[in-house]
Design a protein. Structure first.
Length: 64
């Protein structure tokens, strides 16, 4: 599934996100979605989410 499309995401899914400070390196952080922060249906850089840990970033991968 694609992390650029909002309806593919829901609270409780395990995802890999890129944090704002890691955008240049591309380092991914894995966690569980708590909230979906992007209102639009699609975003070219990934839908912005808040993880249960409190970290905020854009979804790059959805872990099946």
């Amino acid at each position: 599934m694609n992390g650029n499309i909002r309806h593919h995401l829901k609270a409780g899914l395990e995802v890999e996100i890129v944090l704002k400070e890691d955008q240049s390196s591309g380092k991914l952080t894995r966690g569980v979605v708590a909230d979906i922060l992007t209102n639009s249906e699609q975003h070219p850089h990934g839908i912005k989410v808040r993880l249960v840990s409190g970290q905020v970033g854009r979804v790059q991968n959805i872990i099946a």
